[in-house]
Every structure is written in C-alpha cells, then in structure tokens.
Design a protein around this ligand. Structure first.
Ligand code: HEM
Length: 511
C-alpha cells in the first residue's frame, strides 16, 4: 500500500544527502550527486541481491515447481500476458509443471481437485488477497477484506436476492429480453455479432437493476460512453501486476482517468436513484432499505457508492459472457437445441411466456449452462486469496502462510483429475452421468464459500430465460464463414473475460 510513499521518501532522502555533501563537506554539486547516487546504487544493489538470494534459495515456496523467472519476480507473469490471455498461459504452465505452480515470488496457482474447497470453501482460513485493495479508499462488498465487516454487508445484500425480489427482477428483465429479440429479429437472417449484442443487453439489465433505469444501449444499438470507459479502464487488470505496482500506476495522474470517470457516473446515477421511487424493487432497493427516507452520508454513502458500481460491473460482463458461450456451444451442436426445445416446450404458457419458476430445474437446460460455465468460466484465471499465518494443507501438500494462492477455473475445467473426458461438451454429466465428475466441489464458476457470487440466482434466472426464449423463437446457426475461432482467439481476460467476436444467424421459427 505504500509504494508511492517509498518513492517519495527515497527522493527526499536523496536530495537531503546531496545537500548534506554540499553544505557540510563543501563538495561541488556534481561530486555531491555522484556520491549520493553511489550510495543509492549500493543500497539498491544490497537490497535486491539479498532479495534475489532469498527468493532463489530460501523462500518457503521453493519446493514448488515453476519457471525460474517467476521465482525471482512476480513481474515475470505480467510479461507473459501481453495478449491478455492469462487463462491460456496458466493452462500451459500447469501442463508443464503439474497441479501446483509457482507463478510469482510468493504466488501459487493451484488446480488440484481438492484446492477449491480448501482455499475458497466455507471452512477455509484463507482471506482475500491484497489485490482487493486496488481501488482503496473506494470499497464495495467484493473488495471488503475484513471478514466481519464483509459478513455484515453481505447480510444486507442477501435480502436483494430473495425469491420475491427475484420475481420482480424477472419482470424487469423481460422488457430487455423483448428488446433483444426485436433487435435480433431486425437483422432478418443476416449475421449478428452476439458478443456485442449480449453485452448491450446485459449492461442494460444491470443498469436497470442498479439505478432503476438502463443505459439504453439496446435501443441506441451502441455502447454508452460510461461503459466504454469502464471497458477501457479495466484493461490494465489483464497484466496481473503485483498490487503495490498497480497502486503506484493508478497514482500517476491521467492513467486511471477512464475508470474514475465511470465511477463518477455511477455515483451520479446513485444520487438520482436515491431521489426516485421505483414501481418494482431493483437490487438497489434492498441496499437503500436501511435508510428508509433518510439520505445516507459519510462512510454509509461511500460503501453504497462502491456497491452501486459493483452491481453493474459484477453482473454485466459475466452474464454477457455466459450467454455468448452458451450460444456458441449450441450453434456447434444443434442436436442440443432440439433437446432443449423438447424439454422447454411443455412449460411455455398459452401467451408464449416462459416463466423462470417453470424451467429452473430442467435437467438438460441446467446441464448445458453448467457445462458451458465449466469450459468457459467468465472469471477464468485469478481470484486471489492469502493463506493464514499457519499455512494450509491440500491433500497432504503444505502451503506456507501469507502466500497468495488462486485456482484458475479455466484450467480446472480442463483437468482430467476433476472431470472425465474434460475437454468434451457433455451436459449429461450434470444429471445422468455423475461418474464423469470426479470432484464436484472443484466446479466453482461463481466461486464458493462466504465470498462466493451473491448474484448467482439472478445470473442463472437471466441466462435460463434468455436462452430459452431465444431458442424457442429462432433457429440459430453459425454465420457463413464463422467457426468460433475468433471467439476463442480474441478473448481478453481482465479479471472477467472479454470475449472475441461471434457471428450467428437467427431465423424466426415457423409457428
Ligand atoms: C454468470 C454470471 C456471473 C458469474 C460467472 C459470476 C461470478 C462471480 C465470482 C467468481 C465471484 C467471486 C469474486 C471474488 O471472489 O472476487 C462473484 C462475486 C460477486 N458477484 Fe457474481 N457472477 C455472475 C453474475 C452476477 C450478478 C448478476 C450479480 C448481481 C449483482 C453478481 C454480483 C456479485 C457480487 C456482489 C459479488 C461479490 C460477493 C462478495 O464478495 O461477497 N454476480 N461473482
């Protein structure tokens, strides 16, 4: 947290040393500068050579395999991520080094079948890693590292996802589903880049649920300026820089402007939302409930501001990515579309509605969604946790205390020790072929435990109903020349996955 302060302190001391040589020894400025620079060089030489010797020969993570560069510095991984493809790089590293890979001086990536439960599960002693301090002093539910404070805040959030609240969200969401269907229909069988359209749709939905009004992106057929800023602002996250370095970067004037302008926009929308009454409660209604007609101030307002942007950021990209990848898998395998239609048809009402309550437990629909989330997790790479001082043990392997650990879901989803025939898309493994899942607790696209995704029921409601409506309304196939390669090749991971283009053709089905 003190990187900038160290830099300032260094320059103050350096200037003081130069001045001391000039005043007390009467040295000319050139000599004073040379002497002060030599002292600084000795200091840094000593500091970094001792650090290097420690990391190479005495560090408690030395027993774990990993590239030599990663042992020496956590920047090694950042240097590999020029294409923002941490998920693929981590897959390659695990193929070379096994289940436990040292990816930084104090960082371990782990894909052992028992690791998810040990690191994220309810009984874990691991806490959120220092990555979550990136946006300090702004905090949200997700970036609250203090366990008791987080638990308190989470209790309030949980009221936003009751069955009654979800029913209201379904009604709100259905307006955007109608708009999405109308827009897709307007293409008249020409290719639709669903990556873009599901993004417009998901941000509209989450804007509506956060602020009572959408970003109007489906109507305007384009990205709202604030969402553009958000997408540009999160790009640097793809490098997985050490947190101290990231904190220093964001302190450079101008470098984090896009991100903070997006945050400023959310604060302004929150302000408007606090003076509005909504007909059907949104997520924000639950977070505002404790204040009734009062206006929150000070720290209470700050956490609300943090949470208002979290609703949009946490719920949009992730849902959009899931919708896109489900459609991708279905377009590759039209037989699953037929099976889904057979399964869903009995639950379509006379007026053509598909209520979530009727389809939420359908085996094949849930199987398709789970299988997609397994192979294309929207948060594919790193959810940092810190091990407790006494360390933890995973299936007999001891991991020392105060180390940063994470379990990349993208790699776990492809691990044969966790899933049989891991690279194949087999929805049945989730209901009629349980032997194909060797460790169910390793499946955690929403994470798990007390920091797991609180919006999961809303996300699943949205994905189930949107997919059901689209495939009942349209025949879906790859556009001419499309094979899904761009989707995979151009995916950029900046905590969540920003997917590459996917062009599909939607043709209205005959009644
Ligand atoms: C398919 C869609 C979604 C996926 C895959 C997903 C995934 C995740 C993951 C992996 C986390 C853990 C993050 C961490 O530990 O840092 C998380 C947290 C969270 N998600 Fe989601 N999410 C989805 C949709 C949503 C939606 C629709 C909302 C609604 C607002 C939401 C709200 C949250 C919140 C508030 C947290 C922080 C929870 C906490 O720290 O206690 N998510 N999500």
């Amino acid at each position: 947290m003190y990187g900038v302060r160290y830099v300032h302190t260094f320059f103050v001391l350096y200037a003081f040393t130069v001045a001391a040589f000039m005043v007390s020894d009467g040295e000319p400025i050139r000599n004073a500068l040379i002497q002060a620079t030599s002292i600084a060089a000795c200091f840094f030489g000593g500091l970094y050579s001792s650090l290097l010797v420690y990391r190479l020969f005495f560090h408690p993570l030395n027993k774990f395999s990993g590239p030599l560069g990663a042992r020496v510095s956590s920047f090694w991984l950042s240097l590999q991520l020029r294409n923002a493809d941490s998920h693929k790089k981590l897959l390659k590293l695990h193929e070379e080094h096994g289940d436990f890979v040292r990816v930084g001086s104090s960082d371990l990536s782990i894909v052992h079948p028992k690791a998810v439960e040990a690191i994220y599960g309810l009984g874990t002693k691991c806490i959120k890693g220092d990555w979550y301090d990136l946006t300090l002093p702004m905090v949200s539910l997700q970036t609250t590292r203090h366990k008791a404070t987080h638990d308190r805040r989470r209790r309030l959030w949980s009221t936003a996802f009751s069955d009654k609240a979800l029913k209201g969200y379904e009604e709100r969401i259905s307006r955007y589903q109608q708009r999405l269907i109308a827009q897709v229909s307007s293409f008249g069988g020409q290719p639709v880049n669903v990556t873009t359209w599901f993004n417009l749709y998901s941000f509209d939905v989450m804007g509506d649920l956060a602020f009572g009004s959408s970003f109007n992106m489906l109507e305007t057929r384009s990205e709202h300026w604030a969402i553009k800023l958000l997408n540009e602002g999160v790009e640097p996250l793809s490098f997985m820089f050490p947190t101290w370095f990231f904190r220093m970067l964001v302190n450079i004037p101008g470098l984090a402007t896009d991100w903070w302008r997006f945050i400023g926009y959310c604060w302004q929308k929150l302000d408007e939302r606090m003076s509005t009454k909504v007909d059907i409660p949104d997520v924000m209604s639950a977070l505002l409930a404790p204040w009734k007609d009062k206006r929150p101030e000070g720290g209470d307002l700050e956490i609300l501001q943090g949470d208002s942007q979290l609703i949009v950021v946490a719920g949009s990209d992730t849902t959009a990515a899931t919708l896109t990848t489900v459609m991708y898998e279905l377009a590759r395998r039209p037989d699953h579309i037929s099976r889904l239609r057979e399964e869903i048809l009995p639950y379509v009402t006379k007026t053509g509605e598909i209520p979530h309550q009727r389809i939420q437990y359908l085996d094949h629909l849930n199987g398709v969604i789970n299988e997609t989330l397994r192979l294309h997790p929207p948060v594919p790479s790193s959810l940092q946790r810190k091990t407790p001082t006494e360390g933890i043990e995973i299936d007999g392997v001891y991991i020392p205390g105060n180390m940063t650990v994470f379990c990349p879901q993208y790699v776990i989803g492809r691990n044969e020790d966790v899933y049989q025939n891991a690279r194949a898309f087999i929805p049945e493994r989730w209901y009629s072929r349980p032997e194909m899942i060797k460790e169910k607790k390793a499946f955690a696209p929403f994470s798990t435990g007390s920091y797991g995704c609180i919006g999961r029921p809303l996300a699943l409601l949205n994905v189930r109903t949107t997919i059901a409506k689209l495939i009942m309304e349209f025949d879906v196939s790859f556009a001419p020349g499309e094979d899904g390669m761009m989707l995979e090749a151009n995916t950029r991971v900046h905590f969540t996955a920003g997917l590459g283009e996917l062009n599909l053709v939607f043709k209205r089905r005959q009644p």
